[in-house]
Design a protein around this ligand. Sequence first.
Ligand SMILES: Cc1cc2nc3c(=O)[nH]c(=O)nc-3n(C[C@H](O)[C@H](O)[C@H](O)COP(=O)(O)O)c2cc1C
Length: 303
Amino acid sequence: MGIKIADFEMKTPIIAASGTFGYADEYEDFCDVSQIGAIATKGITLEPRLGNEGDRIFETDCGMINRIGLENIGIERFIEEKIPILKKKNITYILNAAGSTIEDYAQLASIANKAGIEAIELNVSCPNVKSGCLEFGVDSNSLYELVLKVRKNYDGCLIVKLTPNVTSIESLALAVEKAGADAISAINTLKGLGIKIDYINGKFYKKEVQGGLSGKCIKPVALAMVKRIRSAVKLPIIGMGGISRLSDLFEFISAGADAFEVGTHNFTQCDACVSLALELEEFMRENKFSTFEDLKTVIKEIN
Ligand SMILES: Cc1cc2nc3c(=O)[nH]c(=O)nc-3n(C[C@H](O)[C@H](O)[C@H](O)COP(=O)(O)O)c2cc1C
């Protein structure tokens, strides 16, 4: 069940997606977090951020919209307070890094390198902040420059997370590959708008949340994006978007994914990353697949 991306080893191919699993220790009451392939941390910036004011979450029929706005404790506190806990508890983690300028990302990478952080996922695709982040993820020249600068400062496993909110995800994937990243993860949330109108005692009331749409409703978009990325590059792809069950993993493999992240589903099934991995392991044992690589090969060959 174990997999390796560059030199980064994970116990299973299933990762808890950034922003849906806190800094990992919050989930300890619900499952054995150390069994999870890896945890992508909440998006971390150079300085702490309070995130957006007002409503941040909107529930839709088959997903959710969020506009958290990258609330986080900042890289210094993450290194001082969280890494010792993660290490002590044998939790494999990936630092999800975000910034407002290319220099922010380069500096974060250099700090992470010094701190011995083994894997970074660059969030160049957050739709919920006013400047930075998504701006780099939609332009292949800026993205190339950003990844190149980060690569120069960082020796560990470098993953770049792409947004689906673009015309050509292929050109972005190519820029990431050319700049020397080790893997691509996709997709981040889709831009969405939730509106709820209530009519109470002769008066209308409105709740409106504009942010990133995630969950089961985005799976077809995610599969399409993974397939398009696979057609453009050879890099390993970590697929995500609405994953909640074993058959979803097979669908993502078929589209071109090599590993998976589970996001919104963690909010309704807190042990999802552990139980999905167990289900996958059981399926492999029952059907005599000795490694995850073998299973992937067979699924990718289905016509
Ligand atoms: C509440 C919430 C917060 C998120 N925060 C981040 C973040 O900080 N960094 C990031 O790269 N992605 C973030 N995401 C996006 C997820 O990691 C994931 O890409 C997206 O939700 C699609 O997967 P899913 O449908 O399984 O949730 C967040 C998603 C949600 C729902």
